[in-house]
Design a protein around this ligand. Structure first.
Ligand SMILES: [Zn+2]
Length: 409
């Protein structure tokens, strides 16, 4: 289980001067960039979601052979994956890296705030010492904070370092549990009391159909100009415009939803329970739940905003394995069968419920079984009847962007 207590993250960006020559560092940055590009090129041809495990299997050995340390390798393939996913999400041009920058894990550097010296561990066992050029006051405020990652950049003859500091904040003691289920059409949010009573149920439409429309346009244009589209300015512009729309629709939605959800969670003092998308990837069953064409980037973006906004409000965020949450009975664990529009019914005990509500119930139960508090487990005594639910789904798709919640069911 990942996630956890609320944290505040801040970046300190400073100029850095190498002690002695910076040839090795530049060599490292070039090697790093080319390695990211190599992974991007290979991942680009693979038409499926790649879990961390799989990335590790595919690339770890090759990267280590290039001279990288273990955590360099991890940063390289994860960064490459995020580049590919956001490029796909935004309109489909393969990223080409030009700038020299590298993300470095805390295992691969030493930071001494007293002497303002940063020691970076590079490829093939090399090290470089950098002096941070900044005032003591700017650094002093991060004393006592942890730092976990940094980015080194070489830009126009200058070296820049951004160090990411974080500080844990004491979380508010939760009084309720908010479970959030994401799927193609909507985001379902349920708030449960610790006793298991369902307090609130809300559903938000996703902007997926609008995103998909832009994606289809992009594919159509690309199909009409096979191979040559990226060399024709007008065509490239048209594709970029659609990509731009996809980007703004999805970020806009994620920000608004994140704030709305976090405000609601704060009002109810909820611990926020999300699906662990990494696990979903490993389960290899995302196709059933999410649209393959869109992939997971959209959900990750939404989760990122929800998590960020919740932690900022001192709320705890927890991720649980979503495996089986939409196929198992929340009462007895039996298999669920479809029984009409969006309704699932248990063949064993007869429980019936709306598909998305079932998923939130299961997320809630999974959270409670991992973190038993005072409440007992079980189906909330006031779980909605299955036939009450579809009425909550009415409404037209254009409302989605204003993120008006559907009427509570
Ligand atoms: Zn059952």
């Amino acid at each position: 289980m990942r996630g956890g207590e609320p944290v505040v993250v801040e970046a300190l960006k400073v100029r850095a001067l190498p002690e002695g020559s910076c040839d090795r560092l530049l060599e490292f940055l070039r090697l790093y960039r080319d390695a990211v590009q190599m992974v991007v090129n290979r991942v680009w041809g693979i038409d499926e979601g790649l879990s961390k495990k799989k990335l590790h299997r595919l690339f770890y050995n090759d990267l280590v052979k290039l001279g990288f340390r273990a955590h360099h390798a991890k940063e390289v393939y994860l960064y490459a994956r995020s580049l590919v996913e956001s490029a796909r999400g935004n309109g489909g041009r393969k990223p080409v890296l030009r700038r020299l920058s590298a993300r470095v894990d805390r295992y691969d550097y030493r930071l001494d705030l007293d002497s303002m010296v940063l020691t970076l561990k590079l490829h093939n066992g090399y090290e470089v010492r950098l002096r941070l050029v900044t005032s003591r006051g700017r650094v002093e405020r991060f004393r006592g904070w942890g730092n976990y990652e940094l980015v080194v950049k070489y830009d126009d003859g200058e070296l820049w370092v951004s160090i990411y500091f974080r500080r844990a904040v004491k979380p508010l003691k939760p009084r309720t549990v908010m479970a959030i289920d994401l799927n193609f059409d909507n985001v379902t949010l349920a708030i449960f009391a610790l006793s298991g009573r369902l307090l609130k149920l809300k559903r938000f439409k996703t902007p997926h159909r609008r995103i998909l429309t832009h994606r289809i346009w992009i594919e159509r244009i690309q199909g009409r100009y096979p191979r040559s589209w990226r060399y024709i300015k007008g065509v490239r512009r048209a594709i970029e415009r659609h990509g731009e729309r996809v980007r703004s629709i999805s970020w806009d939605y994620a920000h608004k939803l994140g704030e709305l959800v976090a405000e609601l969670a704060l009002k109810h003092r909820s611990v926020v329970v999300l699906e662990d998308l990494e696990k979903l990837r490993e389960n290899g069953r995302r196709d059933k739940k999410f649209n393959k064409r869109l992939g997971l980037w959209f959900y990750r973006r939404v989760q990122f905003c929800v998590e960020y906004e919740a932690r900022e409000r001192n709320l705890e965020v927890v991720k649980v394995n979503p495996r089986g949450t939409s196929s198992k009975c929340p009462r007895c664990g039996g298999g669920l069968l479809e029984d009409g529009y969006r309704v699932l019914r248990c063949g064993r005990c007869g429980f019936a419920g709306d598909r998305d509500v079932v998923a939130t119930l299961n997320l809630y139960r999974r959270y409670m079984s991992k973190y038993p508090r005072c409440g007992g487990l079980g189906v909330p005594p006031n779980a909605p009847e299955p036939d009450e639910v579809p009425s909550g789904m009415r409404g037209n798709g254009d409302e989605a962007m204003t993120i008006k919640p559907y009427e509570p069911i």
